[in-house]
Design a protein around this ligand. Structure first.
Ligand SMILES: Cc1cc2nc3c(=O)[nH]c(=O)nc-3n(C[C@H](O)[C@H](O)[C@H](O)COP(=O)(O)OP(=O)(O)OC[C@H]3O[C@@H](n4cnc5c(N)ncnc54)[C@H](O)[C@@H]3O)c2cc1C
Length: 466
């Protein structure tokens, strides 16, 4: 039981789906069509409510496979599913708006958008995720793309492909070396997956495709503040991962921070590494939902929610996923897909119960299904219940789990086939998705424009990340 359970089920329904007419059933507004928001929408699609899901994009992005787009293994459409299609079955009670949400009026129960009239809610679910956190160096954003959005993933891809093309044309050996040096900052799962996949990708591409440059010319370095890579995994698995990374040709620098970054390189501890390619994988901060609500947030900007995922003082507002700080067993839940999905399911159940006039007694309880990361090719590390493994078996577990959770049948089939060709044939060397569309500089400009939509954001720091 929480302090919200005894309160009424939001305000009486007023104007929901059709904005000018009173609605006959409660109107649930969900902001964010990511893992949390989409799960909630699917469950509410079967309930006697009107649902409006608002997302700034028209697709759901499967972020766990974003590094595969960056390393040209998969195309963007393989890991992004149109939200409208995904919710098509529920179209009788669910509408989708592609819009940027800019704020919430909790008194009048209104959601504000960039290009639309405010819309009234009876229940609100905020599932707006997180964005890259450059800690105390926001100026590094323009020099080192992160890995959060599809545009980020493409920017990394275009940077890598563009660097090869520039290096092939570059007669000066020193400059060529700089173009072929890749620095990955942050060795959590995202950093490790991207560095390892890049090593494999670079080896494939540089073998035989160029005249002036070859696989031996590339240098890959992963930098990590804490003393070991994948610090949330057991030390014995970390050791195996470090060994695997070294086998793939990735240099590991741990226990030091990047202190400076300029257009020709980064300072890591005492070393200045000359490079044109720096990728920032060292942390995220929550979306500004906490600011919209004037709610208490943690250091990462996440809204401190109650055990039923509602915001204190607002029994009809739920915050879930990466935007929420949910405490369980004295610790905040990790910012991964499962808490978001389970949170979406839970919030929808609470709303369904309240609409049915029932009290939802159970607090939210997260069931931890474990963690995993792919370390290049067919090697993955898995920690799930009694299973702790690193190697091919881990990879098989990773493939099935991730493909199972990919939204949309077409994506699942397509990704499986792509994997089949990528791993069991010379497919990548022949083609893959290695098209330079934007060019390196254009990709960066495009990305910067996209990022302006995220401002102003919670400027809270999560310094634990590196
Ligand atoms: C590269 C990468 C790899 C990852 N790998 C794994 C993994 O292997 N396993 C795992 O469990 N987790 C992984 N994660 C974490 C996982 O993806 C997130 O925890 C999960 O996406 C959180 O779900 P969410 O619903 O809270 O937010 P998201 O899935 O990020 O969805 C948020 C949605 O809100 C929308 N939105 C945001 N702001 C607004 C606004 N103002 N107006 C309108 N719409 C808005 C966004 O467009 C987005 O669709 C990874 C994350 C990244 C970035």
């Amino acid at each position: 039981m929480t302090d919200t359970d005894s309160k009424p089920t939001g305000t009486p329904p007023t104007n929901g789906h059709k904005d000018s007419k009173p609605a006959t059933v409660p109107h649930v507004v969900i902001v964010g069509g990511g893992f949390g928001g989409l799960t909630a929408a699917k469950k509410l699609g079967k309930q006697p409510v009107q649902v409006t899901l608002i997302d700034r994009s028209n697709y759901h992005l499967f972020q766990p496979m974003l590094y595969q787009v960056s390393t040209s293994g998969l195309a963007p459409a393989d890991i992004a599913a149109p939200i409208r299609d995904t919710l098509h079955k529920h179209k009788k009670n669910t509408r989708v708006l592609m819009e940027e949400v800019t704020g919430v009026d909790t008194q009048q129960q209104l959601v504000f958008m960039q290009n639309q009239q405010p819309i009234h809610y009876d229940y609100l679910i905020l599932a707006t995720g997180a964005s890259t956190n450059y800690l105390s160096h926001p100026e590094w954003e323009s020099r080192s793309p992160g890995m959060k959005t599809l545009a980020d993933g493409l920017e990394v891809q275009q940077t890598i492909l563009g660097a090869f093309e520039e290096a092939e044309k570059e007669p000066d050996e020193k400059k060529r070396k700089r173009l072929l040096t890749f620095v990955f900052i942050g060795a959590g799962p995202t950093g490790v997956e991207l560095a390892a996949a890049s090593a494999v990708h670079i080896r494939h591409i540089l073998s035989g495709n160029f005249q002036r440059i070859g696989p031996g010319d590339a240098r890959l370095v992963i930098v990590q503040g804490p003393p070991r890579v994948l610090p949330t995994f057991r030390p014995e698995l970390t050791k195996k991962v470090e060994k695997k990374l070294k086998e793939l040709g990735v240099e590991i620098i741990t226990g030091v921070h990047v202190t400076e970054m300029d257009e020709h390189g980064v300072t890591v501890g005492d070393e200045y590494i000359e490079t044109e390619n720096v990728f920032w994988l060292a942390g995220v901060k929550a979306s500004p939902a906490g600011q919209w609500l004037g709610a208490e947030v943690d250091r990462g900007g996440r809204v401190k929610v109650q055990s039923d995922l509602t915001v204190p003082g607002h029994p009809n507002i739920f915050v879930i996923g990466d935007t929420a700080c949910v405490m369980q067993d004295g610790k905040p839940l990790p910012g991964v897909a499962q808490p978001a999905m389970q949170g979406g399911h839970y919030a929808a159940s609470v709303i369904a119960d309240r609409v049915a006039g029932k009290q939802h007694q159970e607090p939210f309880k997260y069931f931890d299904k474990g963690s995993m990361a792919v370390v290049g090719g067919t090697y993955a590390v898995v920690e799930s219940g009694p299973i702790h493994t690193a190697g091919f078996f881990g990879f098989i577990m990773w493939v099935f789990l991730h493909i199972y959770y990919l939204i949309g049948y077409r994506n699942r089939l397509q990704v499986l086939l792509t994997y089949f060709f990528a791993y069991f044939s010379a497919f990548r060397r022949k083609g893959g998705t290695r098209i330079i569309m934007l060019g390196r500089k254009q990709a960066i400009t495009y990305q910067q424009q996209a990022r302006t939509l995220d401002k102003p954001e919670a400027d809270t720091l999560d310094k634990t990340a590196t």
